[in-house]
Every structure is written in structure tokens, then in C-alpha cells.
Design a protein around this ligand. Structure first.
Ligand code: AMP
Ligand code: GLY
Length: 432
């Protein structure tokens, strides 16, 4: 059987998913809503927004879609899966990769995620939740903690809802601004938590609600400048594998975090079928959950997909059907390094519409489109993060060498990239 697939989203993550899906012998017709020029070279683009649920339903029905893969979190948190499964014609088996509204609360509400972890004994930073009327209590709790102080808006804030303050004065003004509406409705509640000192890493599983397949782990680079300096971005690069994620660490992640999470979702009746992204902190060899996401990571996906040897579409179909028991994920031994090219000024103000050149001499580098558009038949920039360049190599050194030998040849006005992606991992102490 072949499956007609609709992929939702328009970023580098979705291009990497599309690239992997397009290699599957099980793929029938392939559509993307809205897609981007890279995705649409593999799938037929459907104009519109992932927030337009009626358009998505119409696209599913008109094109006899069998499998919907949702890239971003917003539609999941808003209940897209529930809407589609209730709305499709009776008798049609529509497979949806991603959780329903209930499971998506793991990402949609930090307070929900923290309570879930507490119920299931999953290691995470100590915390308390406060509403706007509880500023005095929030200040008192802050005083009981040691700096730096971690203050988070409860709801979705496009990855920007976390403030880390070095002292009480800044922490108080962060609290005031969140309660004052800095993150809109997402800040009606705040979570204040203990600061975890360690190294971050992202683990991913694809679950059918009872079992799971572990994907390659990855690390992303969030700050704009080398040495992890400057403001946060949507991600400036990624690597996979991560040297400290050896058998022993992965065993701890599996037993302390993945297993209780999947079993917890099942025991609470959530029937979660899709990806879970565990944002973890490695604190002296012990993993703690910083956050859950209910989708893949960006730019981690751009390093993760090239390291999967088996058929991801086949795995996703099995997960969405609720039966992964016959599936095995093949993880390739190669290393992947991804470098993001951004537009000058990002993550602040930046221009758009600059022509992109140099993509013809890219060798065996894979180019994923993030913020691009086609204007008068040529590829131009249309976002802050423009392109993701991924190389595979026998080692992190060789993958890194390959990416950086090509990145300067890709040009557009104001193009910028970090020059130290993967270096910290190559220098990781005790790396084999
Ligand atoms: P989040 O949106 O929850 O992923 O948080 C954004 C970033 O803030 C994370 O990627 C971490 O770098 C940092 N962060 C969040 N929570 C903590 C914590 N409890 N301790 C240290 N850093 C944190
Ligand atoms: N790379 C972090 C995220 O996708 O949220």
C-alpha cells in the first residue's frame, strides 16, 4: 500500500521531514501546507495557514490523504488532531502523527508538564506556579531560591517565554512584565523554578501510546554568536550524536524519563501517538527535564533525519495506528553537523527578499530551506533563519569540516552564521 501524505509546516524542520519522507517506498502523493520552496520541490504546496483547520480538512478530503504529519506545535495544542478525526468521513482511516489536545498540554502548559512530572516521579527542577494575583507569594518563593532565577510564562510563547535573571531586581521586573502581558495570555500564570546547571541535550521518541522508538539525540545552539553569547534565536546549528550521550546516560534517560513519560501518558488515558521531544539538562551525568515539546526540534531535525537509516514514514504509520511493536529504528553511525545561515540583524530586525546564490556547488551537503521564497523565478530570503546546511561524516570533525568548507560559498546580502558549531562537542572531555 502507498500512503498519500500531508505535511504541515514551512520551516527547516519540515524540509528535513519532507526530505526523509520522500525517500520512502511507501509514499504515494505528497502534499505540504504551506511548505516552502525546498519542501515544495518534493511535495505539492497548498497555500494557506496551519491554523486554518477547515482548509486542512478540505485538503485531506480533496486529495484522499491517508497520513497527516504535523511539524509545529500550535495546531496540536489547539486540537487539530481531535478536529480532523471527528470531521473526516466515517469509514476513512486517517492517520495523524502528533498528539491530541490532551497530550499536547505537555508543551502547551508548563504548569501541566510540571505537575505531570511530579505525578510520575520524573526528574525536573523544583518549581511553583503563581497567578497574577500572587506576586507577593512569587517574590517570597524567589527569595527562597539561589540565583540565577528562572521565570517562565505558562503557555506557548514561540520559544521566548523564559527569562533567566541574575539577581532579584531583574527577576522582579521580569515577573511584573510577564504578569503585565509581555507574553499575552501565555503569561496569565508563571512557573518559577530552580536553576539547573549543566549541558543541554535533546532526546526524541516516536510513540504509539505504549511503546516507542528512540531517534538519534541532538544538541542545538541557541545563541546568536560564537561561544553561546548574545540573544536567543530559533537555533543556529545542531549536531548529532552528542558525545556524552553514551549507553549509560541514554539508559538513565530511558528509565528515569522516557519510560515514565510514555507510561504516564498511557495511564492517564491520553493515547499519545507522535513525537515527544525531551529537552534535557545533563547535570553531572544525571538527566533532568527542562521541557517537553510535542513535535520534533528545529534545528535538531536537520541533524537527526540524515542519521535515520530505516523508513520513517513506515514508523510514523505504525505509531499513528497504535502499533509500533514490529518496528525497529535504524540509526546510522555517521555524525551530522548543521549550520544555519541567518539574515543580518536576526534575531532582531532584518531585511527580506535578498537573492540567494552559490547553492549549485554544494557537493554532498544537504540544504534545507527555512526562510526562503521564490521571487521572479529565483530563490530569495524571506525569514530570519534562511537555510540549514547539513553534512554527514565519519566523525563530528569531518562533518564539521565539510559544512564549513561550503558555508561561505552560499551568499546573500547580510548572510551570517556561527563559526563554532560542534566545536564544544568535539572538545568534550573523555570523548572516544
Ligand atoms: P524552555 O523554553 O523551557 O526550553 O527554556 C528555554 C531555555 O531556557 C532552555 O533551553 C534553557 O537553556 C533555559 N532554561 C529553562 N529552564 C531552565 C532551568 N530550570 N535551569 C537552567 N536553564 C533553564
Ligand atoms: N530547538 C528547540 C526547539 O525546537 O524548540
Amino acid at each position: 500500500m502507498k500512503y498519500n501524505v500531508l505535511l504541515l509546516g514551512s520551516g527547516g524542520r519540515e524540509h528535513a521531514l519532507a526530505w526523509k519522507i520522500s525517500k520512502s517506498p511507501l509514499l504515494g502523493n505528497f502534499y505540504a501546507l504551506p511548505g516552502n520552496p525546498g519542501i515544495n520541490s518534493l511535495a505539492r504546496g497548498v497555500e494557506g495557514s496551519v491554523g486554518d483547520f477547515n482548509l486542512i480538512l478540505e485538503t485531506v478530503e480533496k486529495n484522499d490523504i491517508d497520513v497527516v504529519v504535523c511539524g509545529p506545535e500550535d495546531p496540536l495544542v489547539e486540537g487539530l488532531k481531535d478536529f480532523l478525526l471527528q470531521s473526516v468521513k466515517p469509514g476513512k482511516e486517517l492517520l495523524f502523527v502528533g498528539p491530541g489536545k490532551d497530550g499536547a498540554r505537555l508543551e502547551g502548559s508548563k504548569d501541566f508538564a510540571k505537575e505531570f512530572m511530579a505525578r510520575h516521579g520524573i526528574p525536573t527542577a523544583a518549581y511553583r506556579t503563581f497567578t497574577a494575583g500572587q506576586k507577593d507569594e512569587a517574590m517570597e518563593f524567589l527569595r527562597s531560591l539561589r540565583p540565577p532565577y528562572v521565570i517562565k510564562a505558562d503557555g506557548l510563547a514561540a520559544g521566548k517565554g523564559v527569562v533567566i535573571s541574575p539577581d532579584m531586581a531583574e527577576a522582579e521586573s521580569a515577573l511584573d512584565s510577564i504578569f503585565g502581558g509581555r507574553f499575552g495570555k501565555a503569561g496569565a500564570k508563571v512557573v518559577i523554578e530552580e536553576y539547573l546547571d549543566g549541558v543541554e541535550v535533546s532526546y526524541f521518541v516516536l510513540t504509539d501510546g505504549h511503546g516507542w522508538l528512540l531517534l538519534p539525540e541532538a544538541k542545538d545552539y541557541k545563541r546568536i554568536w560564537d561561544g553561546d553569547k548574545g540573544p536567543n534565536t530559533g537555533g543556529m546549528g545542531s549536531v548529532s550524536p552528542v558525545p556524552f550521550c553514551d549507553k549509560e546516560f541514554t539508559e538513565k534517560v530511558t528509565e528515569r524519563i522516557i519510560r515514565p513519560t510514555v507510561l504516564g501518558l498511557e495511564s492517564e488515558g491520553m493515547d499519545y501517538r507522535g513525537f515527544i521531544f525531551f529537552g534535557l539538562m545533563n547535570c553531572g551525568g544525571d538527566p533532568y527535564v527542562i521541557e517537553y515539546n510535542v513535535r520534533m526540534g528545529d534545528p535538531e531535525t536537520e541533524s537527526v533525519m540524515p542519521r535515520i537509516g530505516s523508513d520513517l514514514l513506515q514508523h510514523m504509520v505504525a505509531a499513528a495506528r497504535g502499533n509500533l511493536s514490529g518496528e525497529r529504528m535504524e540509526i546510522l553511525p555517521e555524525s551530522a553537523v548543521t549550520c544555519i545561515i541567518v539574515s543580518g540583524g536576526y534575531p532582531g530586525k532584518y531585511g527580506k527578499g535578498y537573492p540567494i546564490s552559490g547553492l549549485e556547488n554544494i557537493g554532498d551537503i544537504t540544504v534545507f530551506n527555512a526562510g526562503t521564497a521564490v521571487k521572479d523565478g529565483s530563490l530569495v530570503t524571506s525569514g530570519g533563519r534562511v537555510l540549514a546546511l547539513t553534512a554527514l561524516g565519519d566523525s563530528l570533525e569531518s562533518a564539521r569540516g565539510k559544512v564549513y568548507s561550503k558555508v561561505d560559498g552560499v551568499r546573500f546580502e547580510g548572510a551570517f552564521h556561527r563559526s563554532d558549531i560542534a566545536l564544544d562537542m568535539i572538545r568534550w572531555p573523555g570523548r572516544k
